[in-house]
Design a protein around this ligand. Structure first.
Ligand SMILES: NC(=O)c1ccc[n+]([C@@H]2O[C@H](COP(=O)([O-])OP(=O)(O)OC[C@H]3O[C@@H](n4cnc5c(N)ncnc54)[C@H](O)[C@@H]3O)[C@@H](O)[C@H]2O)c1
Length: 257
């Protein structure tokens, strides 16, 4: 039997683009544990791919959601309430910055590029939690995805580092606001993984090699390792944890040199 049993639990996962997405790894782990999952996709371009992935999960639901569109967000939770009733977890695995802002000088980030990166990658957590909370009638768990560039400089990460810093602060602020409702908000700080989003970061492969060399465990992490940590955070094994950023990075974050 799977070590964590989420039978009868329901929840929603934002951020599946393809089979390499961290969100897809998490959705599969939650589904294997017995949970019923709703997946969202951004735009018609991704609809068929996400739907065909969702079809491999028992009882899943697929809904469109652009995280920058308040109406779509409201519609997602309206449908979710009709189809699932209540939910007990939400996964935020969404990030975006214009390609030109993930290369070159941070100082040259445009006003619009800065706004878009922070709106999609950080602000979006707020409306998702605001809408999800009323459905979390028996408490709940929200898990966001972040990266160490929130704290330290990774050349090339530029405005995405700023966005992750804002996301991590939002996790703490929301954890404070929802603590008494027994809704826990945490983030996983994952080591580098080859995904669609990672392809947009200049020098990503070098960064991944450097991480494997320097990490105490002398290797990169896997999507499954992130997914299992998300599963733990959505389970009854983590009920005392909120407002926390958990590194899943083979120990990379403890090293100074
Ligand atoms: N890959 C890594 O090395 C790594 C490391 C640490 C953290 N992360 C974080 O993990 C999360 C998932 O990224 P990933 O690596 O799985 O890549 P991915 O490209 O598979 O996922 C990013 C997702 O964000 C979605 N997205 C972008 N703009 C959106 C919008 N306006 N509305 C709704 N969805 C939108 C995309 O559709 C996609 O599904 C991101 O927050 C990323 O920053 C990734």
């Amino acid at each position: 039997m799977f070590p964590i049993d989420l039978s009868g639990r329901k929840g929603i996962v934002f951020g599946v683009a393809n089979e390499r997405s961290i969100a897809w790894g998490i959705a599969q782990a939650l589904s294997r544990a017995g949970a019923r999952i709703a997946l969202t996709y951004q735009g018609d371009r991704l609809k068929e791919r996400v739907k065909s992935l969702a079809d491999t999960l028992d009882g899943s639901l697929t809904l469109p959601c652009d995280a920058a569109d308040d109406e779509q967000i409201a519609q997602v939770f309206h449908t979710l309430k009709e189809e699932f009733g209540d939910i007990s977890f939400l996964i935020h695995s969404i990030a975006f910055a214009n390609r030109e802002d993930l290369d070159g000088q941070f100082v040259d980030t445009s006003r619009e590029g800065f706004r878009v990166a922070l709106e999609v990658s950080s602000y979006s957590l707020l409306p998702l939690v605001r809408h999800a909370a009323p459905l979390m009638t028996d408490g709940g768990s929200v898990v966001a995805m972040t990266f160490d560039a929130s704290q330290r400089v990774y050349p090339g990460y530029n405005v995405m580092g700023t966005a992750k810093a804002a996301l991590e602060h939002s996790v703490r602020q929301l954890a404070f606001e929802y603590g008494e409702k027994d809704i826990r908000i945490n983030a996983i700080s994952a080591g580098p993984l080859q995904t669609l989003a990672a392809r947009g970061i200049s020098g990503f492969r070098d960064m991944q090699h450097a991480a494997a060399e320097k990490a105490p465990m002398k290797r990169n992490i896997t999507v499954d390792e992130v997914a299992h940590t998300a599963l733990f955070l959505c389970s009854g094994l983590s009920t005392g944890i909120t407002g926390t950023i958990i590194p899943v990075d083979a120990g990379y974050h403890i090293m100074a040199v």
